[in-house]
Design a binder for this molecule. Sequence first.
Ligand code: G1P
Length: 276
Amino acid sequence: MIKKCLFPAAGYGTRFLPATKSMPKEMLPVVDKPLIQYGVEEAMEAGMNNIGIVTGRGKRALADHFDVSYELEHQISGTDKEGLLKDIRRILEECTFSYTRQREMKGLGHAILTGETLIGREPFGVVLADDLCVGDELGVLSQMAKIYEKYRCSVVAIEEVPRDEVHKYGVIAGSELEDGVYVISKMVEKPSAEDAPSNLAIIGRYILTPDIFDVIRNTPPGRNGEIQITDALQTQATRNMVLAYRFKGRRFDCGSVEGFVGATNFFFERWKAARG
Ligand code: G1P
């Protein structure tokens, strides 16, 4: 069973300026919950209750969010507002939180390597909180954990995207092993539409085996001069099997305004339904 989940959360969130000038992008709320809380709830559902967060400068609000707020709780104690903290209280009861800081922005691979100290030598999940995922029945990480239990190798989540959008993603090529599960033969970070090996794009959910850390250490900078997890996984795929999994559900790219508004509308409908 995978117990740990890493949240790279050091990025600047430049696509959401000025909203993210002094607030971490992971704290942007979709209806009434910050993005990162959706990710943590998804990890928790998959049994990954040890949460590791790779933070950076200006990200203290993340650690404060996953902590008690005595003054606030005292104020609302006994009022009808108390219920609003129910979900976050459960998270605090059931999860542990550890933090480390990434001092320089050298890419997602580098961010994951920075988290090695929080993970150690065991398989772990990775959540990019700005990809907000809603699983059909199970959450996406739970679905992926099942694939991991069966094949015991790294797994990346994928979805089909239009050809003119492949340049925004890591893209895979592979052969289908079972319905929706591909053995990866090739991975390219942000290829042009002409160079893309397919239109199967990696989205921000990974399960990684711990040998990935040594691979990242030996991975030179790639696209945009950054150390890319896609390149490290490509190397891992030449040594061991790496799988891509077409998850069941939908995902909102909350790093873009369109995706963020789409997620807001979707969760607003749920929020209304929950209130009858
Ligand atoms: C990162 C990864 C990319 C992946 C994407 C998913 O890119 O490098 O391979 O497809 O996340 O959201 P970013 O969006 O951080 O540029």
